[in-house]
Write a protein that binds this ligand. Structure first.
Ligand code: NAP
Length: 309
C-alpha cells in the first residue's frame, strides 16, 4: 500500500457498487488513487490492487487535486464534507460530485464548496457499474467548462464518452433525470411486454429478437420528433394523436383481458390525452412533446443559476 500522505492523482470517496468500480478503473489505468469509505471493509480489495487508503475524508481530499465523490445521496455527501478538517483540505481542490441529486442540491453544494476555495463539477452517471470505463460510457458533467477541460483526462478514464452539458451546476442533474427517465419508461414498457408474452404462453425469445429493431425504431421516432419541433411541423401525415389514442385504448383493453396490467401504455395514453385536450388530436404525436414542453416553460425562471466564479 502507498503512503496515504504522498501525492496522488485522484481521490475516490464512496466505494459502493459504483464508486468501487470508478476506483478500480482508475487504478487499472495506472493512476495513483487514494480512497476513503465510511465502512472500511470496502477499501480492502482496492488496497490489494494498489489504492492508498486515507484515514479520513480530509486526508483523502488533501492528497490529490481532484476528488470523485460517489455516495448514496447528497445528504451523505454533506455529512462527509462536514467532517473534521475537510473545510481546510478543500482550498484549491476540485470536487467531482457523481452522487445522484437534484439541480437544486448541486447548485447549493457548488456554492458551499466555492465559498471554501474549491471548484465543483456535478456528474450524472449514465451507466451501471459493469460499464464503467467502456468506450461508449457517458458521464454528463456540468459546472465551469474550464475545470472540466482541465480534468477531462482523468475523468475520461471512467467514462470515455463523457460530455459537458452546461455551466450551471445543476444542468447535469436535469439532463440525467430527463434521459434516465425515458430509459426507465422504455424498460417498464418492455417488462409489461414480457408479462403479456408470459401470460399468453409464448416464448420470451419472440420479444428478445425484437429488442434491437424496436430500439432502432425508437431512435428513428425520437429524431423525427426533434425534426418536427425544429421545423414547427406537426402535420398528422403519418399517424395522428387521436388515432394513437383510439388504437392504444383498444390495445390496453385487450391486454387487460389477458389479466396483465398495461401500466406503461396507460401512462402513454394519458400523455396523448394532454395534447388531445388542447385541440391537437389531428396532429402528429410530436405535438404531445410540444404541448408538454409548452406547459413546462413556466418553470424555467425558477431554475438555480450558477454562482459567478
Ligand atoms: N449503481 C448504479 O447503477 C448507479 C448508476 C448511476 C448512478 N448511480 C449513483 O451513484 C451513487 C452511488 O450508488 P451506488 O450504487 O454505488 O450505491 P451503494 O452501493 O449503495 O453505495 C453507497 C455509498 O454511499 C455511502 N454512504 C451512504 N450513506 C452514507 C453516509 N451517511 N455517510 C457516508 N457514506 C455514506 C456508502 O458507504 P458504506 O459502504 O459505509 O455504506 C457507500 O459507499 C448514487 O447516487 C447512485 O444514484 C448509481
Amino acid at each position: 500500500m502507498q503512503n496515504p500522505i504522498s501525492k496522488h492523482d485522484v481521490t475516490v470517496i464512496g466505494l459502493g457498487a459504483m464508486g468501487g468500480e470508478l476506483a478500480r478503473a482508475l487504478i487499472a489505468a495506472g493512476k495513483k488513487v487514494i480512497v476513503w469509505n465510511r465502512s472500511s471493509d470496502k477499501t480492502r480489495a482496492l488496497a490489494e490492487i494498489g489504492a492508498a487508503v486515507a484515514a479520513s475524508p480530509a486526508e483523502a481530499i488533501a492528497a490529490s487535486p481532484i476528488t470523485l465523490m460517489c455516495l448514496w445521496d447528497y445528504a451523505s455527501a454533506d455529512e462527509i464534507l462536514a467532517q473534521v478538517g475537510v473545510k481546510e483540505a478543500l482550498a484549491g481542490k476540485v470536487i467531482a460530485q457523481l452522487t445522484t441529486g437534484s439541480a437544486e442540491e448541486a447548485a447549493r453544494q457548488a456554492e458551499w464548496l466555492e465559498a471554501r476555495g474549491s471548484a465543483f463539477l456535478a456528474g450524472g452517471i449514465m451507466c451501471y457499474p459493469r460499464a464503467v470505463g467502456a468506450p461508449e460510457t457517458i458521464i454528463l458533467y456540468s459546472g465551469d467548462p474550464a475545470i472540466f477541460e482541465e480534468h477531462s483526462g482523468v475523468l475520461g478514464i471512467v467514462a470515455p464518452a463523457q460530455r459537458h452539458v452546461g455551466s450551471r451546476p445543476g444542468d447535469a442533474a436535469t439532463v440525467y433525470t430527463a434521459v434516465w427517465g425515458f430509459y426507465f419508461a422504455a424498460m417498464g414498457g418492455f417488462f409489461d411486454g414480457l408479462a403479456l408474452i408470459a401470460g399468453c404462453g409464448l416464448p420470451r425469445e419472440s420479444v428478445k429478437e425484437m429488442v434491437a429493431p424496436m430500439a432502432g425504431k425508437f431512435v428513428e421516432g425520437a429524431l423525427d420528433v426533434f425534426a418536427r419541433l425544429d421545423a414547427g411541423n406537426f402535420a398528422g401525415d403519418q399517424a395522428t394523436v387521436a388515432g394513437h389514442i383510439e388504437g392504444l385504448e383498444a390495445t390496453c383493453a385487450q391486454i387487460r383481458e389477458t389479466g396483465v396490467e398495461p401500466r406503461m401504455l396507460d401512462a402513454f395514453v394519458s400523455q396523448l390525452r394532454v395534447a388531445n385536450a388542447v385541440g391537437r388530436g389531428e396532429e402528429d404525436i410530436a405535438a404531445v412533446a410540444d404541448s408538454l414542453m409548452a406547459a413546462s416553460q413556466r418553470f424555467i425562471p425558477a431554475m438555480p443559476v450558477a454562482p459567478t466564479r
